[in-house]
Ligand binder design. Structure first.
Ligand code: NAP
Length: 279
């Protein structure tokens, strides 16, 4: 109703808040065609739902079709636009197909959220070459392949888009228990800066979020396997608690929207203030 308001209402009676929304909300993602990798669970599910709730047509993509179907159906039931496509981000051709699918379904692409990720907890001496390659392949190769496919589409449609890479604080501080994950996530931070530099002249923005502990089913068994460790992790940050999935989704909205039009190559650490406690 607010979108139609300017013609209908007496301007002098509008509140300041209404004015801001009527003029143009710079934080809007309405109509922005968005791909969310790993959109069938955890943080990705929240990102997909928050974007769709704000009028973004969303394509969710990962390997497990049953998770994607559930999230797609829930978004549609809530009145949002959502489609799904299976992808293994380790395969560059599948990433190309994922982007082509978004264009086929929605006519264009505006936003890519590289949210997919996976890890194993193993000391270096027990880590096989295949284990190393699998984790680096998903977390780092996957971000490169998806980003390349999306940027090519942005260039072809001659309308720059925004890429948001989900790294991790393990990529900032390292991780003695998840080495390939930490190394790959550090690579994602570096790749963000390089892509921002390479594609910035074309108006394409590339930014990175490094979450700290966010309470998801995917992360819990690996990172805080029991209540004692969980308590320790919570206490190790200024806010003394875990993050919620929406606390990553909202900053993604900011980085995808025009509100962040001069932000590129940046790293946003969202960890409840861990560094403060280390210092
Ligand atoms: P999650 O629920 O396990 O999410 C990971 C997603 O990645 C899954 O939906 C999974 O879907 C997808 N994925 C894994 N391998 C894939 C592949 N080869 N191709 C395509 N998709 C693949 O865990 P989460 O906690 O929400 O994590 C989301 C992101 O946040 C990850 O990048 C993670 O590293 C990062 N992060 C999380 C935390 C945390 O505390 N939760 C902290 C820092 C960073 P399929 O299995 O269907 O493929």
């Amino acid at each position: 109703p607010l979108a139609n308001a300017p013609q209908e209402c007496d301007k002098s009676k509008r509140t300041l808040l209404e004015d801001v929304f009527i003029l143009k909300n710079p934080f809007s993602v309405e109509g922005k065609v968005t791909i969310v990798t790993g959109g069938g669970t955890g943080i990705g599910e929240s990102i997909a739902k928050e974007f769709a709730a704000r009028g973004a047509p969303v394509l969710i993509a990962s390997r497990k079709v049953e998770n994607l179907e559930r999230v797609r159906d829930e978004i549609r039931k809530a009145g949002g636009k959502c489609e799904m496509t299976p992808v293994d981000v380790r395969d560059a051709d599948q990433c190309d197909k994922m982007v082509a699918e978004a264009v086929k379904l929605f006519g264009r692409l505006d936003v890519l959220i590289n949210n997919h990720g996976a890890s194993i907890t193993t000391p270096s001496m027990n880590l096989s070459p295949n284990g190393w390659r699998a984790v680096v392949g998903i977390n780092l190769d996957g971000v490169f392949f998806c980003s390349k496919s999306a940027a090519r589409q942005f260039m072809e449609q001659k309308s720059p888009g925004s890429i948001v890479n989900i790294s991790s604080t393990a990529g900032v501080h390292g991780s003695p228990t998840m080495l390939p994950y930490g190394a790959a996530k550090a690579g994602v931070i570096n790749l963000t800066v390089s892509h921002a530099g390479e594609w910035g002249p074309m108006g394409i923005r590339v930014n990175c979020i490094a979450p700290g502990p966010i309470d998801t089913e995917g992360a819990a068994p690996r990172v805080w396997p029991n209540p004692k460790v969980k308590e320790m992790v919570a206490r190790s940050r200024a806010l003394q608690r875990f993050g919620r999935v929406e606390e990553i989704a909202y900053p993604c909205i900011f980085l995808a929207s025009d509100a962040s039009s001069y932000v590129t190559g940046s790293l946003l650490i969202i960890d409840g203030g861990e560094g403060i406690m280390r210092g």
